[in-house]
Design a protein around this ligand. Structure first.
Ligand SMILES: [Zn+2]
Length: 281
């Protein structure tokens, strides 16, 4: 039996229109940058799976370096206008893992759902372990135009060489492809495109199963309401992924844990599964 733990690596505030898309095209982007309404302070979660085959970490959270002047590119409208961060050094994932008695060498796998800064900010704490990401995400986040898209590849540790996820035609519920991460097959990675085109999620199978969702939606309510975020480049792709997650939640008891849901840790604690209203989607 695996144990899943939530690690809150600080908090972030975004504009409402980032959580829930408004308008289309350029207006949609402008809303995300200029919406007068801010979200509440949202958690930045990473997850630890204590598994008999070794510890698995999903996402690495944010770093306290966000408070250093110039850590985020000053010219970037998203960082200038659309986010507030609060991360204390002791909230970074390294010190928190040590607090749980887990050393970096105990970590067998790290899976990155995607490479936005609040998911890749704690990479430096994982010297030595295998760090998995999808090939397309890595290419986009390190290539030409990456910084314009808000990625911070120059902040990744120099030693980092990613392991690329390899998905087979091995269906998992409504998802056509998956990749098992454990030999017993009880922890699987699945493609969940939308927030970014090669975004992935991790499922810990059991009763209930835990869906470590990254940013497939900002919270469970938005998922169930089918509300796409303001970031996804193609809203329809996000919507399809969200429908599949809801279908999975209909099929089996599922605790849905996106990275920024203020109610996520409580659902994890109580094993509270997704209740899909009849007629949904
Ligand atoms: Zn995020």
């Amino acid at each position: 039996m695996s144990v899943v733990r939530a690690i809150r690596t600080g908090v972030v505030q975004v504009r409402r229109a980032q959580m829930e898309s408004r308008g289309a095209g350029l207006a949609r982007i402008a809303h995300m940058l200029l919406d007068e309404e801010w979200s509440e302070w949202l958690p930045i979660y990473a997850w630890v799976i204590e598994h008999e085959e070794g510890v698995i970490v999903v996402d690495t959270g944010e770093t306290a370096r966000v408070h250093e002047p110039g850590y985020h590119p000053r010219w970037h409208p998203f960082y200038r206008r659309a986010t507030h961060f609060s991360v204390h050094p002791e909230e970074e994932i390294g010190p928190q893992l040590r607090g749980l008695g887990i050393a970096a060498r105990d970590v067998r796998h790290v899976v990155l759902t995607h490479l936005h800064t609040d998911h890749a900010g704690g990479l430096r704490h994982f010297v030595g372990g295998k760090i998995w990401v999808s090939r397309g995400e890595y290419k986009r986040a390190s290539g030409f135009g990456a910084k314009v898209e808000g990625y911070l590849p120059h902040r990744w540790p120099k030693w980092w060489t990613p392991e690329f996820l390899r998905f087979d035609a091995r269906p998992f519920g409504p998802f056509a492809q998956s990749m098992p991460l454990t030999s017993s097959g009880d922890v699987v990675v699945i493609p969940t495109p939308g927030h970014t085109p090669d975004h992935v999620s991790v499922v810990v199978r059991g009763s209930p199963s835990y869906f470590l969702a990254g940013d497939t939606s900002y919270n469970q309510k938005l998922l169930l309401a089918g509300k796409v975020d303001g970031v996804s480049p193609k809203e329809e792709i996000s919507r399809q992924t969200m429908r599949k997650i809801v279908a999975l939640g209909k099929e089996r008891p599922l605790v849905y844990l996106p990275s920024h849901d203020p109610e996520g840790a409580e659902r994890l604690r109580n094993g509270e599964t997704m209740q899909v209203p009849t007629g949904n989607l």
